[in-house]
Design a binder for this molecule. Structure first.
Ligand code: ATP
Length: 438
């Protein structure tokens, strides 16, 4: 069980800056609002989040394949998907201070949260969230292209390609991880809502009469994924959408929500989308997007269950769930109790002194371990401070090479959460780590 950490949000933002996890983008030019750069530690963690998702959703399954589709896309896709007409948020301007807000996210729909004035909002306008650009040198209507606002359409437009080339039949999932872009009216809460972000989406195509059962399956499966990767169940909930929240084509949607410092908020949506997407693309492209089952001589348009998660948002939730301040020997120790699979570095090798007789063999051990994992090497400062540094970025194991190591050919390994230490022959370290790192 985890105790709530006071000021958790600020602590995560500060830690991210201090330890190279996430930097505000373009800082040397005064920053670029709502854009972030992932630093040397953050890039590893984000990759691990995506890799953990891919492992569960693609690698460990025989009924899901992956793709990597184009970000730049023609208007036809977004015409068919409904995004050109409907992917809008209600935008209101405050006549008093000029601030712009998303009407549906306001606590009080009449009061401006920026200046506190009531009754001064303009009528809401439908603001389309897609980033529009031009492909090629001529900026005319014929050259319009969009940056995708979701990865999902890549799976629908490639449905026939995948079915024809993979020798698989529904139930069959197509998975993708990649960047998406939304011109959010009010980005914020650090990397929770940004204009450029990464998604991890699965479109799971099933025979129509199996849709409900697969929807239930994916709701449970996706909730469990966050638990398995280290978030306590008390900080997660699965919230079914009310009828008035559902899109017209969706038979059911549930969100996996995490208890962020500002309250429950979405990590992932799981939707039973029926045959809406394939039907739309059939109607607009004129292509058949059906499955013909030779065994039963049946032809049908598969229904789709879509678990759609955000990689960057999930990384933030993992950081928040893992963050702990605890008192050890009258000092505060900050530790990220990250799941091993998510931790940026799996181990750190720390020679007790900077003397070459220690640093030489310590570096050799790093080289051996780097063949398997991301491993840090650090010879600066006192050993206690180096442990704390690794605790702060969630490194599960610190390996200390000391003067005795020269004699006994052994090292001390300290475990992050318990701080327990064991002495182990150097020759056994790699196998010992392999047994413990999942
Ligand atoms: P919200 O209601 O928060 O705007 P949404 O319901 O529109 O999100 P989806 O279209 O279902 O989001 O996208 C799936 C997932 O992609 C979300 O659950 C979230 O994790 C992630 N996501 C969506 N928009 C953003 C964003 N602007 N920044 C970061 N992640 C995002």
């Amino acid at each position: 069980m985890s105790e709530p950490v006071p000021d958790l949000f600020d602590k995560i933002v500060n830690l991210s800056k201090r330890r190279g996890i996430v930097f505000p983008s373009a800082e040397i030019y005064g920053g670029f609002r709502s854009a972030y750069d992932y630093g040397p530690v953050g890039v590893l963690m984000l990759r691990n989040v995506k890799e953990a998702w891919w492992r569960s959703m693609v690698q460990l399954r025989s009924d899901v394949v992956g793709i990597d589709a184009s970000i730049l896309s023609p208007p036809a896709i977004w015409e068919a998907s409904g995004h050109l007409a409907n992917f809008t948020d209600p935008l209101v301007d405050c006549r008093h201070c000029g601030a712009r807000h998303r009407q549906d996210k306001l606590d009080d729909p009449d009061t401006c949260p920026t200046c506190g004035t009531t009754g001064q909002f303009t009528e809401p306008r439908h603001f389309n969230l897609m980033f529009k650009t031009h492909a090629g040198p001529v900026e005319d209507e014929g050259a319009v292209a969009y940056l995708r606002p979701e990865t999902a359409q890549g799976m629908f437009i490639n449905f026939a390609n995948v079915i024809n080339t993979s020798r698989k039949k529904p139930p069959l999932g197509i998975a993708q991880i990649g960047k998406s872009f939304r011109n959010e009216i009010t980005p914020g809460n650090f990397v929770f809502r940004t204009r450029e972000f990464e998604q991890m989406e699965l479109e799971f195509f099933v025979p129509p009469d199996e849709a409900e059962q697969w929807y239930d399956y994916w709701c449970k499966e996706r909730f469990q994924w966050y638990v398995e990767h280290g978030i306590d169940e008390s900080q997660l909930r699965l919230r079914p959408h009310d009828d008035d929240e559902l899109s017209h084509y969706s038979a059911a949607t549930s969100d996996v929500e995490f208890l962020f410092p500002w309250g429950w908020d979405e990590l992932e949506g799981i939707a039973n989308r029926g045959s809406f997407d394939l039907e739309q693309h059939m109607a607009h492209s004129g292509q058949k997007l059906e499955y013909y089952d030779q065994a039963t001589n049946e032809r049908y348009v598969p229904h789709v269950i879509e678990p759609a998660a955000g990689a960057t948002r999930t990384m933030m939730a993992f950081l928040m769930a893992a963050y702990h301040d605890e008192i050890v020997n009258d000092e505060t120790r900050t530790v990220l109790r990250l799941h091993h699979r998510i931790a940026p570095f799996k181990a750190a090798v720390l020679p007790l002194s900077k003397k070459p007789e220690l640093t030489g063999p310590a570096r050799e051990l790093v080289t051996e371990l780097q063949a398997h994992w991301m491993v840090e090497y650090d010879e600066t400062q006192a050993i206690g401070r180096r442990y704390r540094r690794q605790d702060e970025i969630g490194t599960p194991f610190c390996i200390t090479y000391d003067f005795d190591s020269l004699e006994d050919k052994a090292v001390t390994i300290r475990e992050r959460d318990s701080m327990d230490q064991v002495r182990l022959p150097i020759a056994e370290v790699a196998a010992w780590l392999a047994e413990r790192l999942v």
